[in-house]
Design a protein around this ligand. Sequence first.
Ligand code: AKB
Length: 314
Amino acid sequence: MTSKILIIGACGQIGSELTYKLREIHGVDNVIASDINTRKLELVNAGPFVILDAKNFNAIKDCCINHNVKTIYLMAALLSATGEKYPMEAWDLNMNSLFHVLNLAKVKQIDHVFWPSSIAVFGPTTPKEDTAQHTIMEPSTVYGITKQVGERWCEYYHEKYGVDVRSIRYPGIISWKTLPGGGTTDYAVEIYHEALKNKAYECFLSEDTELPMMFMDDAIKATVDIMQADADTIKIRSSYNLAAISFTPKEIANSIQEHIPDFKITYKPDFRQAIADSWPKSIDDTTAKKDWNWEHAFSLKDITKEMLLQLGEK
Ligand code: AKB
């Protein structure tokens, strides 16, 4: 039986687009999408799909045995804003799902693991500009703590048990196919929907809050590239810094106004402001560039053009 790829959390913002991309590369039948429910029918009907709880070790193991899964992309997680509301649930899901997958790799049930980390691993004491690969990391959110601890465990499993686990620290991801949910950077997607629908958006972050961001196509390319790279080029087994662009709510609003001149933005910061304030403004990704030739393609101008076009058609 050909070996298969399993995507856990395939109905989420990144998981859904990753499923389509990996099916394009490896063939529809070789990529199994899974999630805790069938909330995204379009994806559920597009190829092999199993209902899978990322916290259930036996269910993941059975799925790997039954379908000869050798590679897992673990995309299920509670993000930063939801994590602050449900700290124990975030810890439970984010950590246990990772252990389940790493332990399957440790006993050689599977051969390769992709696990996403985030800029949330950084905290208020981290230098904010061009944040380095190796720097102070004292995250102040539950989500950030799970990602930082997860990174340590990934490196540990690689060093001690030879597990081939690869990871990148995603910034905020902007996409039009699937809405994000529960993140602090979600405003940068919502704003396009509201600009087209109502020509107005009330932003939950203040106008000058600068954060690292990236278009989905770049994020998917990075994910595919790091997984296709030769194992010996992947020198970092915790997680790679990854950068594309940085902007503020005011700057994204200006770029929308170039297409919709009467678009209005107002600001009403909520609890997510403190989360955003604890994160870097920009990221230094020299190591990813050097080790596996990472390069982003989309500028803010490109993203705005594409988002308004695609959402407009939708
Ligand atoms: C969030 O805002 O929580 C995520 C992230 C930066 O990891 N998008």
